[in-house]
Design a protein around this ligand. Sequence first.
Ligand code: ADP
Length: 395
Amino acid sequence: MLILVLNAGSSSLKYQLINAETGEVKASGLCERIGIDGVMKHEIAEYRKLVIDHPMPTHKEAIEFMLNILTHDDTQVIASIDEISAIGHRVVHGGEYFKRSTLINKSVIRKIEELIPLAPLHNPAHILGINICQELMPGKPNVAVFDTAFHQTMPEENYLYAVPHEDYTEHHLRKYGFHGTSHFYVSGEAIKMLDKKDTKVIVCHLGNGSSICAVKNGKSVDTTMGLTPLEGLIMGTRSGDIDAGVVPYLMEKKGMDTHHIIDYLNKKSGILGISGISSDLREVIRAANEGDHRSKICIEMLCNRIRKYIASYTAVLGGVDAICFTAGIGENADLIREKVCTGLEFLGVEIDKKKNKIRESTNREINKDSSKVKIYVIPTKEEYVIAQDTYKLVK
Ligand code: ADP
């Protein structure tokens, strides 16, 4: 069964056409600069890559163009869109409504709409993507897979903030957590690798956006992102945890308004803000190797924050069987994995520096044989999970 997986952002659209039974990715790509000019990067089953400039004034033209590329001429991978059985949509915020993936109907769309104040950039784009798919591929089932759903198992004491309770009951103010599809997949792979009954797993999803999740017997019990994806780790351009007192201080000192503060903490902080060089960690590592002080400090701060959360989540779980690294940084940056694990020996964490340096794209173990805690590198497969959930619901 062929599933089209869509991730509609405010000016972008990521897609994959996946055979749900075999996991084979028949084609994948990214439309960028929607509403500006439009560029598509399209890949056919990992052997042919194309970059096409094509006007995409709205998401509709982007989706139409993608369907055209999939079905026509020498880029054809399917004879017609009839071969697509269903569409799986990544939806960032499912609030407390959605504890699992769901078939989309009018009431589901209304709820995703209701949650716009909690995800003002993402949820409107998802609704747009869903509406366009319903228009261009009428009659085909659409499924929503939520970033927040996996974390709905968190206990109250972990998701409530220490603020007046009526703001939770009246305004839904609580920790939701994100990257749920990735944490679900990676912890599931780790549980298979551990091959034991009761499991305590810590997943470090380290990409442009980063979060850590404590997973007990397959269920999320705590995670670093909060009401929004700003809380927790130091990220590409996001500050992560910060004293809330910083906000009024900056407003007064620099005359900033809410819009400026949101921009400052989300787009100008993190790796970019500390290093002053880039939000891309590769460039910061390069600069640190050339002696740049701020880049060196940035790497130390990044790793300290991750290490602190691993130790605190070990306390939350009452121990830890495996620490997993995933996403762009987690899968590729051996320096960061080594630095994070160094200093955690008191928990029984012993990294094997040679195994850590080996580059592979499969699941692998990088701890010493004597390590009490397993250390895994597990490439995340969010689109695969979306395709699987869609397949299960449609079948
Ligand atoms: P997104 O959250 O946008 O999906 P990714 O998971 O692709 O992001 O991660 C992007 C991050 O991974 C960037 O900061 C990039 O610098 C980093 N990264 C990728 N490869 C490496 C590497 N070899 N060493 C260090 N950082 C890397």
